[in-house]
Design a protein. Structure first.
Length: 144
């Protein structure tokens, strides 16, 4: 039987831990922006596979309202927005310490900005960061 513990997942942006997650099953989501390639089948039934060199990816994080993580990310976003020339692109490291899954990414920039939402319930902040290069190594997992 496989095991998972969300407390055993380490997320670092520029070496700083991000760990004050909202509720839900998708508070950390890393995905590639493009397919690995495309297979084209000709009229004679044979095909050709064309590899896609696009290794970019997107990270979506859902952080609790009023978390110190939001202040840190807001500071980085402000640097990007107010002085792009001096802004250092973001680096990402995600490690599942229990199952050994790893996601790394480099040259990241904030794209979709979080919304300001308040009401009678908790409203997480959703941060979206695009990376020029993203790599994933998914393992078999503990207990398999």
């Amino acid at each position: 039987m496989a095991s998972f513990d969300p407390k055993q997942v380490s997320v670092l942006i520029n070496g700083v831990p991000i760990d004050d997650w909202a509720d839900g099953g998708d508070v950390i989501q890393a995905e590639h922006n493009a397919d690995a390639g495309a297979l084209t089948i000709g009229a004679n039934g044979t095909g050709v596979f064309v590899a896609n060199p696009d290794e970019s990816g997107k990270l979506t994080l859902k952080i609790k309202q009023h978390s110190p993580n939001n202040k840190f990310l807001t500071g980085l976003r402000t640097q990007q927005r107010t002085n792009l020339k001096a802004f250092t692109p973001l680096e990402l490291s995600i490690r599942d310490l229990l199952n050994d899954d790893v996601v790394t990414a480099s040259k990241g920039y904030f794209t979709t900005l979080p919304k300001y939402v308040r009401g009678t319930a908790h409203n997480p902040h959703e941060w979206v960061i695009a990376f020029e290069t993203m790599n994933m190594k998914l393992e078999n997992g503990l207990g398999n």
